[in-house]
Write a protein that binds this ligand. Sequence first.
Ligand code: F1P
Length: 352
Amino acid sequence: MSEEKGHYTLEEILEQANAWRAVLAYITGKEESIRAFFRDPAVDIIFSGCGSSYYLGIMASSIFQTITGMSARAVPSSEIFLFDKVVFAENRKYRLVSISRSGTTTEIIIARNFAKENYDLKELVISCYPDSELAKGGDEKLIAEKSQEKSVVMTKALTSMLLLAQLSAAIVSDNKEYQKELEALPERGEEVIKNFHSLAKSLGEDGCYDKFVFLGGGPYFGAACEVMLKLKEMALVSSQAFHMLEFRHGPKSVIDDKTLVGAFLSDSGKDYEVKLLEELRRLGASTFVFCDKADEGIKEVADYLVEIDSGLSEMARVGLYLPIAQLFAYYKAISRGINPDKPKHLDQVVEL
Ligand code: F1P
Protein backbone atom coordinates (compact mmCIF):
# COMPACT_ATOMS: atom_id res chain seq x y z
CA MET A 1 0.00 0.00 0.00
CA SER A 2 1.55 3.28 -1.08
CA GLU A 3 1.69 6.29 1.23
CA GLU A 4 2.27 8.60 -1.73
CA LYS A 5 0.09 11.69 -1.66
CA GLY A 6 -3.12 11.26 -3.62
CA HIS A 7 -2.18 7.75 -4.72
CA TYR A 8 -5.71 6.32 -4.36
CA THR A 9 -7.43 9.26 -6.00
CA LEU A 10 -5.16 9.13 -9.04
CA GLU A 11 -5.51 5.37 -9.38
CA GLU A 12 -9.30 5.59 -9.09
CA ILE A 13 -9.52 8.34 -11.71
CA LEU A 14 -7.33 6.44 -14.15
CA GLU A 15 -9.10 3.10 -13.83
CA GLN A 16 -12.51 4.52 -14.69
CA ALA A 17 -12.85 2.90 -18.09
CA ASN A 18 -12.45 -0.55 -16.53
CA ALA A 19 -15.00 0.31 -13.86
CA TRP A 20 -17.46 1.19 -16.66
CA ARG A 21 -16.75 -2.16 -18.34
CA ALA A 22 -17.72 -3.89 -15.12
CA VAL A 23 -20.96 -1.86 -14.96
CA LEU A 24 -21.84 -2.85 -18.54
CA ALA A 25 -21.26 -6.52 -17.73
CA TYR A 26 -23.27 -6.24 -14.50
CA ILE A 27 -26.38 -4.74 -16.12
CA THR A 28 -26.91 -7.77 -18.37
CA GLY A 29 -29.76 -9.78 -16.91
CA LYS A 30 -31.15 -6.84 -14.91
CA GLU A 31 -33.25 -5.46 -17.78
CA GLU A 32 -36.57 -6.99 -16.72
CA SER A 33 -36.41 -5.72 -13.14
CA ILE A 34 -35.42 -2.24 -14.35
CA ARG A 35 -38.37 -2.16 -16.78
CA ALA A 36 -40.70 -3.39 -14.07
CA PHE A 37 -39.58 -0.73 -11.61
CA PHE A 38 -40.23 2.12 -14.07
CA ARG A 39 -43.23 0.46 -15.75
CA ASP A 40 -45.88 3.07 -14.81
CA PRO A 41 -45.15 6.06 -17.09
CA ALA A 42 -47.52 8.28 -15.06
CA VAL A 43 -45.19 8.51 -12.08
CA ASP A 44 -42.67 11.27 -11.41
CA ILE A 45 -39.16 10.09 -10.64
CA ILE A 46 -37.30 11.78 -7.79
CA PHE A 47 -33.52 11.28 -7.69
CA SER A 48 -32.14 11.84 -4.19
CA GLY A 49 -28.54 12.10 -2.97
CA CYS A 50 -26.05 14.18 -0.98
CA GLY A 51 -22.92 15.99 -2.19
CA SER A 52 -21.48 14.37 -5.30
CA SER A 53 -24.38 11.92 -5.32
CA TYR A 54 -26.82 14.83 -5.51
CA TYR A 55 -24.92 16.36 -8.43
CA LEU A 56 -24.94 12.94 -10.06
CA GLY A 57 -28.71 12.95 -9.50
CA ILE A 58 -28.95 16.26 -11.40
CA MET A 59 -27.09 14.74 -14.36
CA ALA A 60 -29.02 11.45 -14.17
CA SER A 61 -32.48 13.04 -13.88
CA SER A 62 -31.98 15.34 -16.87
CA ILE A 63 -30.69 12.44 -18.96
CA PHE A 64 -33.42 10.08 -17.73
CA GLN A 65 -36.22 12.52 -18.59
CA THR A 66 -34.76 13.32 -22.01
CA ILE A 67 -34.24 9.69 -22.99
CA THR A 68 -37.42 8.13 -21.51
CA GLY A 69 -39.87 11.06 -21.65
CA MET A 70 -40.77 10.36 -18.00
CA SER A 71 -40.82 13.27 -15.59
CA ALA A 72 -37.65 13.25 -13.45
CA ARG A 73 -35.85 15.68 -11.17
CA ALA A 74 -33.17 15.64 -8.50
CA VAL A 75 -33.30 16.91 -4.93
CA PRO A 76 -30.78 16.88 -2.09
CA SER A 77 -31.89 14.08 0.26
CA SER A 78 -32.47 16.47 3.16
CA GLU A 79 -35.19 18.31 1.21
CA ILE A 80 -37.31 15.16 1.24
CA PHE A 81 -37.77 15.15 5.00
CA LEU A 82 -37.32 18.85 5.76
CA PHE A 83 -39.48 20.30 2.96
CA ASP A 84 -41.48 17.39 1.65
CA LYS A 85 -44.31 19.57 0.30
CA VAL A 86 -41.73 21.30 -1.90
CA VAL A 87 -40.69 17.92 -3.30
CA PHE A 88 -43.99 16.01 -3.51
CA ALA A 89 -47.17 17.51 -4.98
CA GLU A 90 -50.62 16.29 -3.99
CA ASN A 91 -52.33 13.76 -6.22
CA ARG A 92 -49.13 12.73 -7.98
CA LYS A 93 -47.47 9.34 -7.86
CA TYR A 94 -43.74 9.02 -7.33
CA ARG A 95 -40.86 6.59 -7.55
CA LEU A 96 -37.65 7.31 -5.65
CA VAL A 97 -34.13 6.70 -6.95
CA SER A 98 -31.70 6.96 -4.01
CA ILE A 99 -28.05 7.42 -4.99
CA SER A 100 -25.22 6.92 -2.51
CA ARG A 101 -21.71 5.54 -3.00
CA SER A 102 -21.57 4.26 0.59
CA GLY A 103 -25.26 3.53 1.12
CA THR A 104 -24.84 4.69 4.71
CA THR A 105 -25.08 8.51 4.56
CA THR A 106 -27.49 9.46 7.33
CA GLU A 107 -29.60 11.95 5.38
CA ILE A 108 -30.35 9.59 2.52
CA ILE A 109 -31.48 6.88 4.94
CA ILE A 110 -33.75 9.32 6.81
CA ALA A 111 -35.08 10.59 3.45
CA ARG A 112 -35.91 7.12 2.16
CA ASN A 113 -37.64 6.08 5.41
CA PHE A 114 -39.62 9.32 5.47
CA ALA A 115 -40.65 9.03 1.80
CA LYS A 116 -41.71 5.39 2.17
CA GLU A 117 -43.73 6.06 5.32
CA ASN A 118 -45.46 9.18 4.07
CA TYR A 119 -45.73 8.76 0.32
CA ASP A 120 -46.07 5.02 -0.17
CA LEU A 121 -43.54 4.82 -2.97
CA LYS A 122 -41.15 2.27 -4.40
CA GLU A 123 -37.42 2.86 -4.31
CA LEU A 124 -34.50 1.96 -6.55
CA VAL A 125 -31.09 2.23 -4.87
CA ILE A 126 -27.95 3.03 -6.88
CA SER A 127 -24.84 2.42 -4.79
CA CYS A 128 -21.45 0.70 -4.67
CA TYR A 129 -22.19 -1.43 -1.59
CA PRO A 130 -24.78 -4.23 -1.92
CA ASP A 131 -24.98 -4.87 1.82
CA SER A 132 -25.30 -1.28 2.94
CA GLU A 133 -28.35 -0.20 4.93
CA LEU A 134 -29.65 1.77 1.95
CA ALA A 135 -29.19 -1.05 -0.57
CA LYS A 136 -30.68 -3.69 1.72
CA GLY A 137 -33.86 -1.67 2.21
CA GLY A 138 -34.47 -0.77 -1.45
CA ASP A 139 -37.18 -2.42 -3.55
CA GLU A 140 -34.64 -2.69 -6.37
CA LYS A 141 -30.92 -2.05 -6.41
CA LEU A 142 -28.19 -1.43 -8.97
CA ILE A 143 -24.71 -1.85 -7.56
CA ALA A 144 -21.37 -0.76 -9.03
CA GLU A 145 -19.40 -3.02 -6.71
CA LYS A 146 -16.12 -2.74 -8.63
CA SER A 147 -16.28 1.04 -8.21
CA GLN A 148 -15.84 1.07 -4.44
CA GLU A 149 -13.18 3.60 -3.54
CA LYS A 150 -10.45 4.16 -0.95
CA SER A 151 -10.18 7.88 -1.54
CA VAL A 152 -12.56 10.17 0.32
CA VAL A 153 -13.41 12.05 -2.88
CA MET A 154 -15.70 10.36 -5.34
CA THR A 155 -14.44 9.86 -8.90
CA LYS A 156 -14.93 6.45 -10.56
CA ALA A 157 -17.87 5.66 -8.27
CA LEU A 158 -19.65 8.75 -9.57
CA THR A 159 -19.19 8.02 -13.27
CA SER A 160 -20.03 4.34 -12.73
CA MET A 161 -23.28 5.15 -10.93
CA LEU A 162 -24.04 7.70 -13.67
CA LEU A 163 -23.61 4.91 -16.22
CA LEU A 164 -26.05 2.72 -14.25
CA ALA A 165 -28.65 5.51 -14.48
CA GLN A 166 -27.96 6.06 -18.19
CA LEU A 167 -28.28 2.33 -18.92
CA SER A 168 -31.57 2.26 -17.01
CA ALA A 169 -32.86 5.06 -19.24
CA ALA A 170 -31.80 3.13 -22.35
CA ILE A 171 -33.49 -0.05 -21.09
CA VAL A 172 -36.74 1.64 -20.00
CA SER A 173 -37.10 3.42 -23.35
CA ASP A 174 -35.84 0.40 -25.29
CA ASN A 175 -33.47 2.80 -27.02
CA LYS A 176 -30.95 0.50 -28.68
CA GLU A 177 -29.04 3.32 -30.31
CA TYR A 178 -28.45 5.02 -26.96
CA GLN A 179 -27.49 1.70 -25.37
CA LYS A 180 -24.89 1.20 -28.12
CA GLU A 181 -23.44 4.62 -27.43
CA LEU A 182 -23.13 3.75 -23.74
CA GLU A 183 -21.38 0.48 -24.61
CA ALA A 184 -18.73 2.50 -26.45
CA LEU A 185 -17.87 4.58 -23.36
CA PRO A 186 -15.03 2.43 -21.91
CA GLU A 187 -13.06 2.50 -25.14
CA ARG A 188 -13.68 6.20 -25.69
CA GLY A 189 -12.88 6.87 -22.03
CA GLU A 190 -9.47 5.26 -22.35
CA GLU A 191 -8.67 7.41 -25.40
CA VAL A 192 -9.84 10.60 -23.70
CA ILE A 193 -7.72 9.96 -20.60
CA LYS A 194 -4.69 9.13 -22.75
CA ASN A 195 -5.10 12.20 -24.94
CA PHE A 196 -5.85 14.81 -22.27
CA HIS A 197 -4.09 13.66 -19.09
CA SER A 198 -1.10 15.91 -19.75
CA LEU A 199 -3.28 18.98 -20.46
CA ALA A 200 -5.17 18.39 -17.18
CA LYS A 201 -1.82 18.07 -15.38
CA SER A 202 -0.19 21.18 -16.79
CA LEU A 203 -3.32 23.30 -16.28
CA GLY A 204 -3.79 21.91 -12.77
CA GLU A 205 -0.19 22.80 -11.92
CA ASP A 206 -0.51 26.27 -13.46
CA GLY A 207 -0.66 28.75 -10.60
CA CYS A 208 -1.86 31.77 -12.58
CA TYR A 209 -5.56 31.33 -11.80
CA ASP A 210 -7.17 31.93 -8.44
CA LYS A 211 -10.86 31.87 -9.39
CA PHE A 212 -12.58 28.87 -10.97
CA VAL A 213 -16.01 28.82 -12.54
CA PHE A 214 -17.65 25.82 -14.23
CA LEU A 215 -20.56 26.21 -16.62
CA GLY A 216 -22.93 23.75 -18.26
CA GLY A 217 -26.53 23.48 -19.44
CA GLY A 218 -28.94 20.53 -19.61
CA PRO A 219 -27.11 17.33 -18.59
CA TYR A 220 -23.90 19.33 -18.14
CA PHE A 221 -25.17 21.51 -15.29
CA GLY A 222 -24.74 18.63 -12.83
CA ALA A 223 -21.28 18.00 -14.31
CA ALA A 224 -20.34 21.66 -13.73
CA CYS A 225 -21.54 21.38 -10.11
CA GLU A 226 -19.56 18.19 -9.59
CA VAL A 227 -16.31 19.72 -10.90
CA MET A 228 -16.91 22.78 -8.72
CA LEU A 229 -17.15 20.39 -5.74
CA LYS A 230 -14.06 18.39 -6.80
CA LEU A 231 -11.96 21.56 -6.86
CA LYS A 232 -13.20 22.54 -3.41
CA GLU A 233 -12.84 19.07 -1.86
CA MET A 234 -9.52 18.09 -3.40
CA ALA A 235 -7.66 21.35 -3.90
CA LEU A 236 -9.38 23.59 -1.32
CA VAL A 237 -9.87 26.37 -3.86
CA SER A 238 -12.92 28.53 -4.22
CA SER A 239 -14.99 27.51 -7.22
CA GLN A 240 -18.49 28.10 -8.52
CA ALA A 241 -20.93 26.47 -10.95
CA PHE A 242 -23.74 27.96 -12.99
CA HIS A 243 -26.08 27.10 -15.82
CA MET A 244 -24.27 28.32 -18.91
CA LEU A 245 -26.23 31.44 -19.86
CA GLU A 246 -27.14 32.28 -16.25
CA PHE A 247 -23.55 33.36 -15.78
CA ARG A 248 -24.31 36.53 -17.74
CA HIS A 249 -26.96 37.61 -15.29
CA GLY A 250 -24.78 38.97 -12.52
CA PRO A 251 -22.12 36.35 -11.75
CA LYS A 252 -19.91 37.51 -14.64
CA SER A 253 -19.05 40.54 -12.46
CA VAL A 254 -16.44 38.39 -10.68
CA ILE A 255 -14.37 37.86 -13.85
CA ASP A 256 -10.81 39.11 -13.96
CA ASP A 257 -7.62 37.95 -15.64
CA LYS A 258 -7.03 35.34 -12.92
CA THR A 259 -10.35 33.61 -13.63
CA LEU A 260 -10.48 30.25 -15.37
CA VAL A 261 -13.90 29.42 -16.82
CA GLY A 262 -14.50 25.73 -17.52
CA ALA A 263 -17.30 25.16 -20.01
CA PHE A 264 -19.03 21.92 -21.01
CA LEU A 265 -20.40 22.66 -24.48
CA SER A 266 -23.62 20.98 -25.52
CA ASP A 267 -24.91 20.29 -29.02
CA SER A 268 -28.26 21.94 -28.27
CA GLY A 269 -26.86 25.22 -26.95
CA LYS A 270 -23.51 25.47 -28.71
CA ASP A 271 -24.05 28.73 -30.62
CA TYR A 272 -25.22 30.61 -27.53
CA GLU A 273 -22.50 29.03 -25.43
CA VAL A 274 -19.72 30.07 -27.83
CA LYS A 275 -21.00 33.68 -27.80
CA LEU A 276 -20.95 33.65 -24.01
CA LEU A 277 -17.34 32.44 -23.98
CA GLU A 278 -16.38 35.20 -26.44
CA GLU A 279 -17.83 37.73 -24.02
CA LEU A 280 -16.10 36.21 -20.98
CA ARG A 281 -12.73 36.27 -22.73
CA ARG A 282 -13.26 39.93 -23.60
CA LEU A 283 -13.78 40.52 -19.87
CA GLY A 284 -10.41 38.90 -19.13
CA ALA A 285 -11.23 35.25 -18.33
CA SER A 286 -9.35 32.29 -19.77
CA THR A 287 -11.44 29.36 -20.96
CA PHE A 288 -11.11 25.60 -20.45
CA VAL A 289 -13.50 24.17 -23.02
CA PHE A 290 -14.88 20.62 -23.17
CA CYS A 291 -16.56 19.62 -26.44
CA ASP A 292 -16.96 16.71 -28.81
CA LYS A 293 -15.93 18.26 -32.11
CA ALA A 294 -14.40 21.73 -32.23
CA ASP A 295 -15.26 23.90 -35.24
CA GLU A 296 -13.42 27.18 -35.93
CA GLY A 297 -15.84 29.10 -33.67
CA ILE A 298 -15.07 26.85 -30.69
CA LYS A 299 -11.33 26.88 -31.33
CA GLU A 300 -11.34 30.68 -31.29
CA VAL A 301 -12.89 30.89 -27.83
CA ALA A 302 -10.89 28.08 -26.19
CA ASP A 303 -7.64 28.85 -24.37
CA TYR A 304 -7.45 25.19 -23.31
CA LEU A 305 -9.39 22.68 -25.35
CA VAL A 306 -10.58 19.15 -24.52
CA GLU A 307 -11.98 18.00 -27.87
CA ILE A 308 -12.85 14.38 -27.25
CA ASP A 309 -14.06 13.52 -30.75
CA SER A 310 -16.21 10.64 -29.49
CA GLY A 311 -19.01 10.96 -32.03
CA LEU A 312 -21.43 10.31 -29.14
CA SER A 313 -24.58 12.30 -28.40
CA GLU A 314 -24.69 14.90 -25.65
CA MET A 315 -26.77 12.58 -23.42
CA ALA A 316 -24.23 9.75 -23.77
CA ARG A 317 -20.88 11.51 -23.49
CA VAL A 318 -21.30 13.43 -20.19
CA GLY A 319 -19.15 10.98 -18.21
CA LEU A 320 -16.31 11.18 -20.73
CA TYR A 321 -15.41 14.72 -19.71
CA LEU A 322 -15.36 14.05 -15.99
CA PRO A 323 -12.05 12.11 -15.70
CA ILE A 324 -10.22 15.07 -17.27
CA ALA A 325 -11.87 17.57 -14.94
CA GLN A 326 -11.12 15.24 -11.99
CA LEU A 327 -7.45 15.05 -13.07
CA PHE A 328 -7.34 18.83 -13.26
CA ALA A 329 -8.60 19.08 -9.65
CA TYR A 330 -6.21 16.31 -8.58
CA TYR A 331 -3.11 18.06 -9.97
CA LYS A 332 -4.28 21.38 -8.58
CA ALA A 333 -4.37 19.72 -5.13
CA ILE A 334 -0.93 18.11 -5.54
CA SER A 335 0.62 21.37 -6.76
CA ARG A 336 -0.77 23.11 -3.65
CA GLY A 337 0.76 20.45 -1.41
CA ILE A 338 -2.62 19.00 -0.45
CA ASN A 339 -3.38 15.28 -0.22
CA PRO A 340 -6.56 14.68 -2.28
CA ASP A 341 -7.04 11.23 -0.72
CA LYS A 342 -7.91 12.84 2.60
CA PRO A 343 -9.40 16.30 2.15
CA LYS A 344 -9.63 18.74 5.04
CA HIS A 345 -12.74 18.42 7.25
CA LEU A 346 -14.13 15.52 5.18
CA ASP A 347 -14.86 11.85 5.71
CA GLN A 348 -15.92 9.32 3.09
CA VAL A 349 -19.38 9.24 4.61
CA VAL A 350 -21.31 11.83 6.55
CA GLU A 351 -23.00 9.94 9.38
CA LEU A 352 -24.79 12.15 11.86
C1 F1P B 1 -21.91 11.55 -0.26
C2 F1P B 1 -20.83 12.54 0.19
C3 F1P B 1 -19.75 12.75 -0.85
C4 F1P B 1 -18.72 13.76 -0.42
C5 F1P B 1 -18.23 13.58 1.02
C6 F1P B 1 -19.24 13.02 1.95
O1 F1P B 1 -21.63 10.25 0.05
O2 F1P B 1 -21.49 13.75 0.44
O3 F1P B 1 -20.29 13.27 -2.03
O4 F1P B 1 -17.64 13.72 -1.29
O5 F1P B 1 -17.05 12.87 1.10
O6 F1P B 1 -20.18 12.10 1.35
P1 F1P B 1 -22.51 9.02 -0.42
O7 F1P B 1 -23.88 9.16 0.18
O8 F1P B 1 -22.57 9.04 -1.89
O9 F1P B 1 -21.77 7.83 0.14
